[in-house]
Design a protein around this ligand. Structure first.
Ligand SMILES: Cc1ncc(COP(=O)(O)O)c(C=O)c1O
Length: 448
């Protein structure tokens, strides 16, 4: 078990975060509840920014897909990072949080014309162009708006990171980016140079997520630098920016051995420096896009244990008041987490159980085969390292409202995302005229 940031066991043997006992949080805000440790989140932002900048010209973008809401965008801005967004919704959130648009990079494999127009009109720093179709659409949009746009090209360098199959994106068979090995990447460079409104300033790649192996990352950096040299040879253009994406792994579970930001920075920056020297290129500005490594360890989720079922000789299920709706990762990726009982963190974990969610789906399991100290109905179960890809991937399956999120710091807790109410769930529902009869319409209209 590893606790990071201000998440720790207090003198009463309870879990606390930001100086607040999580039992008090459960009492005040209810469960399920996402809890974000402000100091931990900010410290992770700072750690990446400082170490990468120590080695040269570098910029760190927070990958907002990991966990995106107004308060998070404000903290990221205050910590001096840029922002990676992949949809109009993420962009809108950032802009509403007054995030400086010039520090926003807009990614995505199928940005709609409306999203591209929104990005150009709001003056985002870079659009990371993913395919030939987008190249044409973006150029046309810029033409119509009378604007120029700086772009990067997303390249698929054909490198497999050692991680879960579904979250690998650097291999050749990927929906993302221009393939390097078949010449598409070079063709794309040549094509951008013929456009009237797009200015190519660099390249991007992202080889996967939850990566521990520095070799694959360094290999990607080297491959991209080789391509930078090939571009210079073919076009005379020396690109000033290289964005190597995110993917830095974190500790979820025994056996996970994450590297420190310092180790990543050293490996990446020295590989690029070496390659630049070999190829006679200037050192480009290096950009990285950590998401999970910033938000993941800073979050925990609180649940209340409810029903249980024992199948003698097979297993004991205990169920919590959330599940795949607030954390779909175990169902999607077989992701594993560690968990504690909030008021008995250090008690002997004497009972082997599996923790089920409350959704009407057999696959809705949060934790398989975990030892916990005599879990009972009413206990607060806390899953650790849930700051990344939990809230952002949450759904309303079974019409379950998304949990609230609180930001904790120096003994105080503040709501940063409200719990969805039943009214929120029907907010966008419409009963067409021909169905609007009797009781149904009265309930929907809130009439007595
Ligand atoms: C382009 C890009 N950048 C950054 C990230 C963030 O990755 P991670 O959260 O693993 O750091 C992702 C994740 O999928 C991504 O696709």
């Amino acid at each position: 078990m590893r606790f990071t940031g201000t998440i720790k066991v207090n003198s009463r043997g309870h879990l606390e975060a930001g100086g607040v006992d999580v039992l008090d949080l459960a009492q005040e805000f209810g469960t399920p509840l996402y809890v974000l440790d402000e100091e931990g989140f900010r410290a992770n932002c700072r750690a990446f920014r400082e170490v990468f900048q120590k080695y040269g010209d570098a910029m760190v973008l927070y990958a907002s897909k990991t966990l995106c809401c107004l308060a998070v965008c404000v903290m990221v801005e205050e910590e001096g990072l840029g922002l990676d967004v992949v949809s109009g919704g993420e962009l809108y959130t950032a802009l509403r949080a007054s995030f400086p648009p010039e520090r926003i990079y807009f990614h995505g494999n199928n940005k709609t014309p409306t999203e591209l127009k929104m990005a150009v009109e709001s003056s985002v720093g870079r659009v990371v162009v993913d395919n030939f179709y987008e190249l044409e659409v973006l150029d046309r949009i810029c033409e119509r708006l009378g604007r120029n746009q700086e772009v990067l090209l997303r390249i698929t360098p054909g490198i497999e990171a050692h991680t879960h199959e579904y979250i690998k994106t650097g291999q050749i068979d990927s929906k993302f980016g221009f393939t390097l090995s078949n010449g598409d990447a070079l063709k794309a460079v040549q094509q951008v140079l013929t456009t009237r409104n797009l200015k190519l300033v660099g390249l991007h790649c992202h080889i996967g997520s939850q990566i521990f192996d520095m070799e694959s990352y360094a290999h990607a950096a080297g491959t991209m630098m080789d391509f930078m040299a090939e571009i210079k040879e073919n076009t005379g253009l020396e690109l000033p920016e290289l964005n190597l994406g995110g993917g830095f792994g974190i500790y979820y579970y025994a056996g996970d051995e994450p590297r420190s930001p310092e180790e990543w920075a050293r490996a990446v920056m020295t590989t690029v420096q070496k390659k630049a020297g070999e190829k006679g290129l200037k050192m480009p500005r290096i950009i990285v896009e950590p998401g999970r490594a910033i938000a993941g360890p800073a979050g925990v989720t609180l649940y209340t244990i409810g029903s249980y079922k024992e199948i003698p000789g097979i297993r004991k299920y205990i169920a919590v008041d959330g599940g795949m709706t607030d954390n779909p990762r175990p169902a999607m990726y077989d992701s594993q987490y560690e968990a504690v009982i909030a008021d008995r963190v250090q008690a002997e974990p004497n009972e082997l159980v599996s923790v089920a969610g409350k959704c009407c789906e057999s696959g809705d399991m949060l934790l398989w085969d975990i030892n916990l100290p005599s879990p009972r109905p009413g206990d607060i179960l806390v899953t650790l390292a849930t700051g990344a890809y939990n809230y952002s991937m949450a759904s309303n399956y079974n019409r379950i409202g998304k949990p609230a999120m609180v930001l904790v710091r120096e003994g105080k807790a503040e709501l940063i995302v409200r719990r969805e109410s039943y009214d929120d769930l029907i907010r966008n529902d419409i009963i067409p005229e021909h169905l609007a009869r009797g009781k149904v319409i009265k309930i929907a209209a809130g009439k007595k």
